[in-house]
Every structure is written in C-alpha cells, then in structure tokens.
Ligand binder design. Structure first.
Ligand code: S3P
Length: 449
C-alpha cells in the first residue's frame, strides 16, 4: 500500500499539508478545470453593484477574496446572492447609490478589493466609509491610489499619512485628471477609472507598460464611454457614465492554471489538459516565459467567451532550461513569478528575473519568501532587489516550509513538493483558499494512482 500523496491536518485554525511525490513515472494525468478568474470576479461584483439592474455572473471564483468584495458591497446595501453556486446575481442600484455602511468595511486579504473600491467610495459625495483588511493588507502600500485620488479632490485618511489601512474616506465630487502612473498596475489604473465614472469630464490614466485590461473590457461592456491608446498605454473614461447590468461569464484563472502548467512540465510522465482558461494577452506572460524555458504547452480549442479569449491548455513533461524574464513581460506574469521560480529550480542553467520589485509588496514579500522557502528545500536562489537569480538543477529534498499566509506561495511550494524527494510539510497551507479553494482536491485527483 503506497502512502497518500497529499495529507492534511488542521491545528489551531491553521492547515498543515504534507505532500509526497508520485511514484516515479506515474506522472500527473487528467483533464482539470480551474476556478474563475480572480480579477474578473472582483470586477463583475463591483460593476454589478454600481450598475442599474441585475447582473448575472457565471463561473465566479468562490474564493475568500471575492467573498470579501461581496461582503463590502452587501454592507453598502447591495443584494448579492450567496457565493456558493455557478450563477451569482447582483441587484445593482446604479452609480452613486451605495449606502453609507454602518460597519467598517473589511477587504480581508484582498488588495484588489481595497484599491478598486477606494475609487468608487471616494466619488460618492456626502458619504463616509471606513475600510480595513487583514494583517497582510494593512501593511501594503495605499499611497499609490490615495495620492492620485487626492489630486482628484478626494478626502482619505489613514495610518502613516494616509498610506496604510485602516482608511477613512469622505466621499466628494471629484475633478478629472490625467494621471501618469509610475508603475504598471491594474489596481491603480482601475481605481482611477472607477473614480472617473462619477466625475464630470475625461479622466485618463497612462501607465509605463500595459497591465491587465479586464476593467477596460468590462467597463465598456457595461456601457461606459472609454477609449484606449495602445501606443501610450493610456485609457480615458468620460464621466458621468451610466452602467447597465450585464451577463458576465468568468473564464478559468490563468494564474491558477499556472500551478498545473508547471506541475505538468516538471513531474516526469505527465500529460494534463486544463480546460476553459482565460488567455487575455495581458495575462499570458506565463505562457511566453514557459515557452522560453522549453515547456511543451499547447493552446487547444481557442475561442472568445463574453469578450475574453479562452483556450484549453495541454502540458506535457518537458526538459526545461533557464531564461531571462524582465521588462514589459513582468506586468503580464506578475502573479506567476513564485511558480515560475519553481519551474526554474528544475530547469538546467540560470534563470534571472528582474524589474519585479512590485513582488515585495504583494500578499507577502514574494521575493524573500519564495527564495527562503525553496532554499530550505535545497534550491539555489539569490534574492535581487527587484527579482531573483535561480541556479537550476539541484534536486529538492522535502522539509518543513511555510506559506507565510500567501496563497500563491502555499500553492507554489505544493508543486515543488511533487518533485522533491521525501515529504514536504507546508504550514499555513489554508492560504490557498484566497484564490483556489479546492486546490488540494485537484492535486489529489491528478495524482491518483
Ligand atoms: C490585480 C492586479 C495585480 C495583481 C493582483 C490582481 C487586479 O496587482 O497582482 O493579483 O485584479 O487588478 P497590481 O495592480 O498591484 O500589479
């Protein structure tokens, strides 16, 4: 009788997961589906809340982050059906109609909830809002959205000069601006565009490189007047807008698919089909990086679903080689760098990741955490101020590691464990539920003997 590959134990609210590699040559097999895209799920709940009439959302991510967004909007008077089925309904009240909440809004672990919502709240004249989040979110920089909103005339207060949550917002009539963002961040861009919805005139955001464009696509689908200049990476919204409820279909999250793409590439004897994955070009940097590393990934059945490109992704075990990842590619794979680091550990030669200092202010300092945890397993990774240098090819040995409460770290370490010798014990593995509640079920499914 073989020991189970995945074992899980809950102690004092924390989950400890023990993972052993599959028997040599058995590989990972099967067809799997990943949960709905996190970025699109947040936006569907938010736009549904501020649009007139009903929005129906199919395939919404039922993870902790969208639950946080739904709870915030419910506290402001929006009816949202339970987030427990494939069909979620939002009864939007129309722009400017959110009620002043009688409780502090809690964005949980979700930067997208907090930063995007700030743009909506700051432009609600006459209403007062207080917002907080968990320990990780309360340490993440908010000046990147508080400063431009301040230039629009918003009144926002918070710890450390308004740079850290908890934040207090006094809604105001704002003025339009042209904001030159110093960072390529979809959260910053979306926050300003959402503030621009209620603001008379043209609000423009220019970013140094293109970040994910789900807000632009969905705002247009809901009826906003929005134009994009691809040459300068600028987006302009004309306010005040009128948004109408829509039917939204959320594709599978490529950021969640990335774990299986790397798992399939590194575990010998694997052949996996990941169905219904969103392949919006602003998100497919992971496919380009894996291609540079020599991974065998094929896009099958490519189609357009409700305005977003979708495909099935097939991955087979591949001989990986090191590569360089930097520049404009970074915003298109920013969330996939922890799992790319795992791929690089099993590649021959050196992988260098640069221009990714943003990773230091994600749910954890992902540069420090992924380097330290994989090094505990025997990897050779050096931290750079803005990235990682990874010397591939040293075998990993299972040991105790820690997610540091970061969902993408928990899942990246689980995939590394599949190719390590012996057992890897992952502490605080429950973090995965932020974006991927049934991650371990899928892992068990594709490892079945
Ligand atoms: C997101 C944008 C990215 C990403 C995050 C989701 C979004 O953050 O890392 O997971 O939905 O807009 P930044 O905008 O800070 O790069």
């Amino acid at each position: 009788m073989l020991a189970p590959i995945v074992m899980s134990e809950i102690t004092e609210d924390h989950q400890t997961v023990t993972i052993r590699p599959p028997e040599l040559g058995l590989g990972l097999q099967g067809r799997i589906q990943v949960p709905g895209d996190k970025s699109i799920s947040h936006r569907a709940l938010m736009l549904g809340s501020i649009a007139q009439g009903e929005t129906q959302i199919e395939g919404l991510l039922l993870g902790e982050d969208p639950q946080s967004t739904a709870a915030c909007f419910r506290a402001m008077g929006i009816e949202i059906s339970a987030l427990n089925s494939q069909q979620v309904r939002v009864q939007g009240l129309g722009l400017g109609q959110l009620q002043e909440p009688s409780e502090v809004l809690d964005a949980g672990n979700s930067g997208t909830t907090l930063r995007l919502m700030l743009g909506i709240l700051a432009s609600h004249p006459g209403r007062f809002f207080a917002i907080t989040g968990d320990r990780s979110l309360r340490s993440r920089p908010m000046s990147r959205v508080v400063d431009p909103l301040g230039t629009m005339g918003a009144s926002i207060w918070g710890r450390k000069g308004g740079t850290l949550a908890p934040l207090a917002v006094q809604g105001k009539v704002l003025r339009p601006i042209h904001y030159q963002s110093p960072i390529a961040s979809a959260q910053v861009k979306s926050c300003i565009l959402l503030a621009g919805l209620m603001t008379e005139g043209k609000t423009t955001v220019t970013e140094p490189a293109l970040s994910r464009d789900h807000s632009e696509r969905m705002l247009q689908a809901f009826g906003a007047e929005l134009s994009v200049d691809p040459e300068t990476h600028s987006v302009t919204i004309t306010g005040p807008a009128t948004l109408r409820g829509q039917s939204v279909v959320v594709p599978g999250d490529i950021s969640s698919a990335a774990f299986w793409l790397v798992a399939g590439a590194i575990v010998p004897g694997s052949n996996l089909l990941i169905e219904n994955v969103g392949v919006n070009p602003t998100r497919t940097g992971i496919l380009e990086a894996l291609d540079l590393m020599g991974a065998q990934v094929a896009l099958e059945n490519q189609r357009l679903v409700a305005g977003e490109p979708v495909a099935d992704l097939r991955v087979q075990t591949s001989a990986l080689k090191g590569c360089e990842i930097q520049g404009d590619l970074i915003p298109r794979l920013i969330d996939e760098i922890p799992i790319l680091a795992v791929a690089a550990v099993f590649a021959t030669g050196k992988t260098t990741i640069r221009d990714a200092a943003e990773l230091r202010v994600k749910e954890s300092d992902r540069i420090a955490v992924i380097a330290s945890q994989l090094n505990r397993m025997g990897a050779t990774i050096t931290e750079l101020p803005d990235g990682l240098e990874i010397i591939g090819g040293t075998p990993l040995v299972g040991t105790d590691v820690d997610s540091c409460t970061d969902h993408r770290i928990a899942m990246s370490l689980s995939i590394a464990a599949l190719n390590a010798s012996g057992a890897t014990i992952i502490h605080r593995a429950e973090a995965a539920a932020v974006s991927y509640p049934n991650f371990l079920d899928t892992l068990r499914e594709i490892c079945k003997l």
